[in-house]
Design a protein around this ligand. Sequence first.
Ligand code: COA
Length: 287
Amino acid sequence: MAATKAAPKIVDPTFETVKIERDKGVTFLIMNRPEKRNAMSPQLHLDMNDAIDHLSIDPHTDVLVLTGAGKAFCAGQDIRLYFRGTATDPAARAKARRASNDWRWQKLSKFPKPTIAMVNGFCFGGAFTQVSACDFAIASNSAVFGLSEVNWGIIPGGIVSWNVGQMMRLRDAIYYATTGEPFKGKRAMEIGMVNKSVPANKLKSEVMKLARLMQQKSPAAVKYTKEAIRAVRFMNEPEAADYLNAKSDALKFIDKEDSRGQGMSQFLDEKSYRPGLGHFERRNKAK
Ligand code: COA
């Protein structure tokens, strides 16, 4: 009888405020302070930075899903520990702020694999940054979003105002940031904050469907595409054209699977698929 190949045993580091779970190449990165609605404490920022550094070079992660434990996605910055707790300690505040921006924007928006925000519940204030940083966002219809900063007398700081100015229509960004009015998943979809909103009991399966699809696409083409879309937004046309030409050339060089060659030959020679309607078969998987 042929021996079945055991799945590799992966030992992840453990963290006080963050959990990592895995499902065949899909890695769940979970904000894990459910009793505080996953509000972001300085410790959570430090843990997230370490966890993302670990996962960004992990060959067993094809797709990263960011979500929250319990009934919240993330209730924003921890008002007690992040704001009040560092109010009289400028060094601690600076360290927490740096860690906060690093993982929620710098590291997550540049994560080398596709990223999906699975918004399972409350999503307030600072949490809009990590939702914006992910490539995709899928919400539960019952998730409650809110730019609640105005409700306690501050502005959507960090880079939240910049994020929502890009994700939402300007009218909606100003409306929700100045009224603080909460809104649900479906409204988040209408105004561009998330791709989709689905019933709570379908959330995980919808996320997994997207994750499994992304596992079948060329990893190099997906990585360069997401980098390019984000980068060209702030360029003029000649700069964008030049950048995209260089990026296309670089893709041929870094793509160990020769996706372009496989795609072309499966369409033109084998006639085994139609690129307009689906993806080629990855027969050359490089890890
Ligand atoms: N900062 C600090 N603590 C927070 C928090 C935050 N952003 N969000 C929730 N918590 C804490 C609560 O203080 C409470 O702690 P306790 O049990 O020690 O009293 C615990 O989490 C549970 O919160 P609670 O308000 O009882 O839960 P709820 O389910 O009734 O309401 C929210 C959840 C998210 C609607 C509510 O907690 C809230 O409005 N939080 C603030 C959200 C916000 O404005 N964030 C933006 C910050 S810039």
